[in-house]
Design a protein around this ligand. Structure first.
Ligand code: KIV
Length: 256
């Protein structure tokens, strides 16, 4: 049975941790889905595998193109897509247009957008009213890299209270889940207890209702990873060795 927003909320109620990872093409999506990942995010962190330095240059068309490929690889997981930078901040109608294109053209089940300031809360409310499931994203918001850097957020009492209030406001606006990025574990625990919707953490400690990582970090494909990522295998080394072995065999006329 395909995972739904209701299922994700039920898993929170049951205390069953949600497993999430990012994907950018058909092959990766198929592997993650078959391995039992619950939620697959076509994140704008895909910028890394496309060779960009930050998430800012990714376009809506690029997100749609990659999401269509990811969709073809998924049978069960919930498919979520990031709204890229400046495709939803300008106005509510811009956000509805961008999110609507994602849902209509790709078969994704929801969108994620960054920020919990009042205008964004209103945007989330309008998207939800239009029938578009939305995941909020608070704490470190990489689309604001030139304002926040990539540092941990919510370290002062004032900042942590602001993030808590943003998460509450986004839930009240109708978000079905909340991504908590790079905040202290104690704050993530407080938000997780306060919200009825599931929290998915990245660099936010063990108390979230689920965890997400960027798959290119998990697989050791990225040249550098954030401090909270865990590298489970080193595919850069594996691929380099395989390609070098192949090159040697071709040059020595051992292959074919
Ligand atoms: O783009 C992305 O991969 C994200 C991560 C925080 C999961 O949003």
């Amino acid at each position: 049975m395909p995972v739904t927003t209701q299922q994700l909320i039920q898993w929170k109620q049951q205390g069953r941790p949600i497993v999430a990872l990012t994907a950018w093409d058909y092959a990766i999506a198929q592997l993650l889905d078959a391995a039992g990942v619950d939620l697959i995010l076509v994140g704008d962190s895909m910028a890394v595998v496309l060779g960009y330095e930050t998430t800012l240059p990714i376009t809506l068309d690029e997100m749609i193109y990659h999401t269509k490929a990811v969709r073809r690889g998924i049978k069960r997981a919930f498919l979520l897509v990031d709204l890229p930078f400046l495709t939803y901040q300008e106005s509510i109608s811009q956000a509805i247009h961008s999110a609507g294109r994602i849902l209509k053209e790709t078969g994704a089940q929801g969108v994620k957008l960054e920020g919990g300031y009042p205008e964004m809360v209103e945007t989330v409310a309008r998207l939800v009213k239009a029938g578009i499931p939305v995941m909020g994203h608070v704490g470190l918001t990489p689309q604001a890299v030139h304002q926040l850097g990539l540092r941990q957020q919510g370290k002062t009492e004032e900042a942590s209270e602001r993030i808590l209030q943003e998460a509450i406001a986004l839930e009240q606006a109708g978000a079905f889940a909340m991504l908590l990025e790079h905040i202290p574990a104690s704050l993530a625990m407080q938000i997780t207890h306060k919200l009825k919707i599931p929290t998915i953490g990245i660099g936010a400690g063990v108390h979230c209702d689920g965890q997400v990582l960027v798959t290119s970090d998990v697989l050791g494909l990225s040249s550098k990873q954030p401090p909270f990522a865990k590298v489970y295998t080193n595919l850069r080394e594996t691929i380099t060795k395989a390609v070098q072995d192949y090159a040697v065999e071709v040059r020595d006329r051992k292959f074919p």
